[in-house]
Design a protein around this ligand. Structure first.
Ligand SMILES: Cc1ncc(COP(=O)(O)O)c(C=O)c1O
Length: 383
């Protein structure tokens, strides 16, 4: 009988996988989650019932308090609902807010798997270029105007403004307020993917777009995948009450109840026991050490024709190779030398990124990070 995999990640013998943006399983809080699961079942036998469509009140109220304490915003429960992670939330928003053929603006480069969800819904992707300060507002305005004149006014803009995947860059504050006010004036809805906010290394990140005008034109999506464990499949959405109502009134939730209700109870118990803050602090220092190690190895081994911007948080370093070196074409050689990465072209929906590649420092041990860069440098030396 074929052995079926239990997990998505496949490790190939002899290859140091710098391409996978997954957390190191050694850093997942298994024992603490087992304790939280027991607490959740003791707290309330309703943890095993069909859940409230919005998510369990126990989790929603704790999240509201946490937003107030950590960010100084005071969302009401009707601004918040629990999701099955950002991926499920994106899929649901496409189901409820778009129709096949609609245009969605997508920053470029972008998290390479979000466009797969948009394509599942028959959406047309319109890339908006980014620079080293985040999404280019001038180009966004021009593109939006052109599309609107053609009668194809975009409904949504998808962006990861904080510790971006793949670039690691955060949108600068000036552009944050300008972007939100552009959305307010044009009726554009911004989908803010805030997957990496908790994983800052040097200083807390800039204010979320949503927080600039709470319940305005921004739908903010958060996830427990990076800060707790991706297998939980749990996240949250902060949005205007009518958007939350649209989601909680969907046929999916009417039939199945709140998404991942038992898991939501486990996370509620984890929060109630005060386990999240020490865990995220320890993750931050762990990933900071790995980031520093990767950056140190890049500086030591790579030729000075390669450049990168040190990320201040998140999982990734976005590496720029000399213009003539195409990372996708080079990948088979890299794999033969025992190292793999994500070619930059995967992160562009409208072409580009040939001489870029994404390296993840989240998955690998410090020794593997160093050796992976050493192997990459050997391959680049022969180009
Ligand atoms: C930017 C970004 N958004 C969303 C996801 C997926 O999030 P979730 O596990 O909550 O579905 C990832 C995972 O790598 C990501 O990098």
């Amino acid at each position: 009988m074929t052995l079926l995999p239990d997990i998505q990640l496949t490790r190939r013998p002899g290859i140091i996988e710098l391409g996978w943006g997954h957390p190191d399983m050694a850093l997942l809080p298994g024992a603490a989650l087992a304790q939280a699961a027991t607490l959740a079942l003791q707290h309330d036998s309703a943890a095993l019932a069909y859940g409230a469509e919005q998510g369990p009140g126990w989790l929603i109220t704790q999240l509201c308090t946490r937003f107030e304490q950590m960010e100084g915003i005071t969302p009401l429960p009707e601004h918040l609902c629990i999701t099955g992670g950002i991926s499920q939330a994106l899929d649901m928003l496409c189901t409820l807010l778009t129709r096949p053929g609609d245009v969605i603006l997508v920053e470029s480069p972008s998290y390479h798997l979000a466009p797969r969800i948009f394509r599942d819904h028959g959406l047309t992707l319109a890339p908006v270029p980014c620079d080293e300060q985040g999404i280019r507002l001038d180009l966004l305005e021009t593109l939006h105007k052109t599309l609107t004149l053609q009668g194809r006014q975009p409904r949504l803009l998808y962006t990861v403004p904080t510790f971006n995947n793949p670039t690691g860059i955060s949108l600068i504050s000036e552009r944050r307020s300008a972007l939100v006010s552009f959305a307010q004036h044009t009726g554009l809805t911004i989908v803010e993917d805030d997957a990496y906010r908790e994983l800052w290394f040097d200083a807390p990140p800039p204010t979320p777009l949503y927080n600039l005008t709470p319940a305005g034109p921004v739908i903010r999506l958060g996830s427990f995948s990076k800060v707790l464990a991706p297998g939980l499949r749990l996240g949250w959405m902060l949005a205007a009450p009518e958007i939350v109502r649209q989601c909680t009134g969907s046929g999916l939730l009417d039939s199945g109840g709140g998404i991942n209700h038992f898991t939501a109870h486990v996370v509620a118990a984890f929060l109630a026991a005060g386990m999240l803050e020490p865990h995220s602090a320890s993750l931050r220092s762990n990933y900071r050490r790995r980031r520093d190690l990767l950056l140190g190895a890049l500086a030591r081994y790579l030729p000075n024709t390669c450049t990168w911007i040190p990320p201040l948080g998140g999982f990734f370093v976005w590496l720029r190779l000399p213009p003539a070196v195409h990372s996708a074409a080079l990948l088979p050689q890299a794999e033969a030398a025992g190292v793999a990465y994500l070619p930059g072209v995967y992160c562009y929906t409208g072409g580009g990124g040939e001489n870029y590649l994404r390296l993840a420092f989240s998955l690998l041990s410090p020794d593997d990070l160093e050796e992976g860069v050493r192997r990459l440098a050997t391959v680049l030396a022969h180009t």
